[in-house]
Design a protein around this ligand. Structure first.
Ligand SMILES: Cc1ncc(C[n+]2csc(CCOP(=O)(O)OP(=O)(O)O)c2C)c(N)n1
Length: 576
C-alpha cells in the first residue's frame, strides 16, 4: 500500500522491512529523522550514540554479530566516522550493514557543502542514491541484500531535498533476518598480514560491483528526444525531468559508486549533446571525462548550492532568468536565538569582557556570532572550540571556548584532555541546556534520557571534567549576569584550566515555563535601547522610538530586566 512519506521516513521504513535489528546514529540535519522514525519500531534496537564514529562502530559490531544494522549521519558526520568506514570496507560484513549519509547542498544547516560521493570512491564501498521516497524505501531494502551479496558496507547518499520532501512510497511487511555469528579473525582482525589479503578482496569486489552496476535495475535509461541527453542522479533527476520532460533522454544513476562505464559510454553515444546534472562536485562528470566523453557539466552548471528546474531551463533551454529572488512579499527571517534562550545570556556576559576571544562551536549557540551579540571569533567543526582555544592559549592569546552539552560529549572532552595533559590554562564554558537543541531536541548522554525518552544513567559533566584533571569546575546559571561575568573574569586570570558549566534548560523544553510575558512601561522607557542589545526576538523598537515587547513571542524569562536601569520592563498580566 502507498503512503505519503518523508524521504527519511521511507529510509527508516525500508530498513524496518528489511529486518534491521540495530540502528545507532548521532543527529545531524538533514539525516536526523531517519533514526527518529526507526526508534518508533519496537523490533529495532535504536540509540543515539555520542558521535558518528561510535555509531558506525556499534552498527558494524551488530552486523558482525549477525543482525542487519545501520547508522545515519549528515555529511560532516561521515568525516568523524571515516576511520571505521575505510576499514569496515576491508572487513566486510556478516549481516547487511548500511550507512546513510545526507549531504546538504546549499548549506541550509551546515558549515560546509562537501560531497559524500568521494567517500564511496575512496573507501571502495557501494553507494546508492535515491531520488524520491519510493526509491528511499526500495533502495534501502536492496542495500541490505547487496551488502551481504558483495560483503561490503553500503552507503546510501541522500540530500536535503530527498530527505525532507514527501512523496508516495510503497509499504510492505517486515521480513525478519538473522545470521549466526561466525568467528573469522582473518576477516575481522585488520592487522597488516590479514588486511593485505583483504585489500586484494576489496579490489576484486570493486570489479564485481562495476559489473553489477552495468546491469542493475537501480540504474535506468529513458530515451525520449535524443538531441539532449542528461546523465544525473538523486534530486537533480527530478529537476531535470521537471525542466525538460520528454525533450531530453536520461541516464538516471541509482548506483553512484562504482559508476557503470559501458552504460554511460553507450548513452553518451546515443545522444547529440550530453549534459551531466549533479549538485556539488563534478563527480560523475570527471568520470565521464576519464572515459573520454565530451560531456557538458560544471562549465554550464555551478558547483555551489542547489539546482532547480528553473536553473536547468535557463541553461539548457535558454529561458530568460527570473528577476525576483525568493518569493515576493515574504519578509526575510534571519535565524535568531529563541526568546528565553539561555545561550543569549552567556554571550551577553562575554561581551562585557573587552578584548576576549571566543572560540566557538556548532549548535544553537553559534547564533551568538550574529548581531547584536557578535561574540564568536571562530567556528569550524564539532569539538573544535576547545582544542582551538588551547592552541590560542599556548601561543599567547587568551580565549574562552563555548560548547554545548551534546557537542562536548561528541568531541569536546578529548580537547579538554589535551588542555589538561599539556598544561594549558584555558577556560571552557559548557552551555548545558539539557538537550541537543540545534537538530530538534534529541536526548543525549548528558541529559540522562535515551532515544525513546527512557531514563538512563546520566553523564555527570562536573565529575567528568574533574576526572580528566580539571579541578576548577563551576556550575552556574547564566541568567545571573553579574555573577557569571565575574566568574569568567576570575577564571581567565588562573594559571590552570577551568570549566564553567552554564546550566539552564532550553526554553523550548516542555518542562520550562517562565510565566506571563513582560511589557514595557512606556512612562519609564527613556529610549536608551539597552534592552535591544541582547537580540531577543520579542523586543523591538516601536514607532515612538521606545522599546516594545511582542507578547506573543516573549517567553517571560525576564533576562532583559537585567539590562534596564529605569525599571521600565515589568511583568505583564497575561498568561504565558
Ligand atoms: C560531525 C557533526 N555531526 C553532527 C552535526 C549536527 N549538529 C550540529 S550542532 C549539534 C549538536 C548541538 O547540540 P548542543 O551541543 O547540545 O547545543 P545546542 O544546539 O543544544 O545549543 C549537532 C548534532 C554537525 N554539525 N557535525
Amino acid at each position: 500500500m502507498k503512503f505519503l512519506m518523508l524521504g527519511n521516513e521511507a529510509v527508516a521504513r525500508g530498513a524496518y522491512e528489511a529486518g534491521v535489528r540495530f540502528a545507532s546514529a548521532y543527529p545531524g540535519t538533514p539525516s536526523t529523522e531517519i533514526t527518529e522514525y526507526i526508534s518508533s519500531y519496537d523490533e529495532v534496537f535504536s540509540e543515539w550514540a555520542p558521535n558518528e564514529k561510535v555509531a558506525v562502530e556499534a552498527a558494524l559490531g551488530a552486523s558482525l554479530a549477525g543482525a542487519r544494522s545501520m547508522s545515519a549521519m549528515k555529511h560532516v558526520g561521515l568525516n568523524v566516522a571515516a576511520d571505521p568506514l575505510f576499514t569496515a570496507s576491508y572487513t566486510g560484513v556478516n549481516a547487511g550493514f548500511l550507512i546513510c549519509v545526507a549531504d546538504d547542498p546549499g548549506m541550509h544547516s551546515s558549515q560546509n557543502e562537501q560531497d559524500s560521493r568521494h567517500y564511496a570512491r575512496a573507501s571502495k564501498t557501494l553507494m546508492l542514491e535515491p531520488s524520491d521516497s519510493m526509491e528511499c524505501l526500495y533502495f534501502t531494502t536492496r542495500a541490505f541484500e547487496l551488502s551481504e551479496t558483495f560483503d561490503t558496507p553500503v552507503l546510501l547518499r541522500l540530500t536535503t531535498r530527498v530527505s525532507h520532501s514527501r512523496s508516495l512510497a510503497d509499504q510492505g511487511a517486515r521480513r525478519e533476518f538473522k545470521r549466526a555469528y561466525k568467528r573469522d579473525p582473518q576477516k575481522y582482525v585488520m592487522m597488516p598480514a590479514m588486511a593485505q589479503k583483504r585489500h586484494k578482496f576489496v579490489e576484486e569486489r570493486v570489479l564485481a560491483l562495476k559489473a553489477f552496476a552495468e546491469s542493475t535495475d537501480l540504474n535506468a535509461v529513458e530515451y525520449n528526444d535524443k538531441r539532449i541527453g542528461v546523465i544525473t542522479s538523486g534530486m537533480s533527476y527530478n529537476y531535470a525531468k521537471d525542466a525538460l520532460g520528454d525533450k531530453a533522454s536520461y541516464l538516471k544513476l541509482g548506483v553512484v559508486y562504482p559508476l557503470p562505464e559501458t552504460l554511460i559510454t553507450d548513452f553518451a553515444a546515443n545522444v547529440d549533446e550530453c549534459y551531466v546534472l549533479e549538485e556539488l562536485d563534478p563527480y560523475i562528470e570527471e568520470h565521464c571525462r576519464a572515459l573520454g566523453l565530451n560531456v557538458k557539466g560544471k562549465a554550464y552548471f555551478t558547483a555551489l548550492g542547489e539546482y532547480s528546474a528553473k536553473l536547468i531551463r535557463e541553461v539548457i533551454l535558454n529561458e530568460p532568468p527570473e528577476k525576483t529572488a525568493g518569493i515576493p512579499g515574504l519578509p526575510g527571517r534571519p535565524p535568531v536565538m529563541c526568546a528565553g534562550c539561555p545561550h543569549r545570556a552567556v554571550f551577553y556576559a562575554l561581551k562585557q569582557i573587552p578584548g576576549l576571544i571566543v572560540s566557538g562551536d556548532i549548535g544553537c549557540y553559534t547564533l551568538g556570532a550574529l548581531q547584536p551579540l557578535n561574540m564568536m571569533d571562530s567556528c569550524v567543526c564539532m569539538g573544535a572550540s576547545v582544542s582551538m582555544a588551547h592552541g590560542m592559549d599556548k601561543t599567547g592569546s587568551r580565549a574562552v571556548a563555548v560548547i554545548g552539552d551534546s557537542t562536548f560529549i561528541h568531541s569536546g572532552v578529548t580537547g579538554l584532555i589535551d588542555i589538561v595533559y599539556n598544561k594549558g590554562s584555558s577556560t571552557v564554558i559548557i552551555l548545558d541546556n539539557s538537550i541537543t537543541g540545534m537538530t530538534g531536541h534529541q536526548n543525549n548522554p548528558a541529559n540522562g534520557m535515551t532515544i525513546k525518552g527512557e531514563p538512563t544513567r546520566q553523564v555527570d559533566l562536573k565529575k567528568l571534567c574533574n576526572a580528566v584533571g580539571v579541578d576548577r569546575v563551576f556550575t552556574v546559571d547564566p541568567f545571573d549576569l553579574k555573577g557569571f561575568t565575574k566568574l569568567v573574569k576570575t577564571e581567565l586570570e588562573q594559571n590552570e584550566p577551568s570549566v564553567i558549566i552554564a546550566r539552564r534548560p532550553c526554553a523550548l523544553l516542555k518542562t520550562v515555563s517562565f510565566g506571563a510575558p513582560y511589557v514595557i512601561d512606556k512612562e519609564k522607557c527613556v529610549k536608551c535601547g539597552m534592552c535591544l542589545k541582547i537580540g531577543c526576538p520579542a523586543i523591538f523598537k516601536a514607532a515612538d522610538g521606545k522599546s516594545a515587547i511582542d507578547s506573543t513571542l516573549c517567553a517571560g524569562c525576564a533576562y532583559c530586566t537585567n539590562l534596564c536601569n529605569f525599571d521600565s520592563i515589568i511583568k505583564g498580566g497575561g498568561q504565558a
